[in-house]
Write a protein that binds this ligand. Sequence first.
Ligand code: A3P
Length: 273
Amino acid sequence: MTSRTKTTGSLLPGDRNKNKHFLHPKSGTTWLSEILDAIYHDGNLEKCQRDAIYNRVPFLEMKIPGILSGVEQLEKTPSPRLVKTHLPVHLLPASFQEKDCKVIYMARNAKDVVVSYYYFYQMAKIHPDPGTLSEFLQAFMDGKVAYGSWYKHVKGWWEKRHEKRLLYLFYEDMKKDPWGEVQKILQFLDKEVADEMVARILHHTSFKEMKKNPTSNYETMPTTLMDHSLSPFMRKGMCGDWANHFTVAQNECFDRHYQQHMAGSDLCFQMEA
Ligand code: A3P
């Protein structure tokens, strides 16, 4: 589903108080989309099944020939609407701030992102063949993957984390304490949701439930776009899977590169399971 980044000139009319969520690809975008859709529908899980997640939460910069673009979808979506995007902060259209949109950014540790991205490149036909994992690791470190440098993406948004209308979250925290993280989201959105409803939302958005839910798991995408026989979209949904893929040499090389590119930043990630 990812495509090369494109900025839109401005937001669509009526976007004030709308909720955007930004993530580098493979960092829990679909998970967060499902949580937000459930929150915005007051935990009515039947309503959450009304369509596939990529139609319920349009993807701003998505443009594939023969399919409604993200902007066209958004034009048809009534307010209040949720918008998914992977844009890095420097490509954020000024209108996002002008229209007072709330933004939730979720970051995930680089090693798990690269493994998840590697499998996604194989199954999502919009991407070229990623080659071997070694080749893909090099491309990732060089920023030669869709959306460019992961380092710039997570650090760029991290620098903005104190802005009032931005909430910066971590995939690993959401895994460890989904209840606590959803409370942060609710507070940020000024929403009050009963504990019982939060419990239902968390069950509905658990990896196990989303994996078997055709409106969440992308299995309704044409196989010409996503081939789940090569890798399911909902693959493992865990922290630390990179350790099952990186060789010792690859890990050392990645760590050296990582330290250079994250030097001076106080942004820290949990890498282990
Ligand atoms: P893996 O490939 O490591 O399994 P995105 O939606 O940004 O493309 O991110 C996809 C990643 O998020 C995949 O990671 C997917 O399995 C994981 N994911 C999706 N829903 C999840 C959930 N409910 N819990 C944990 N991980 C989830």
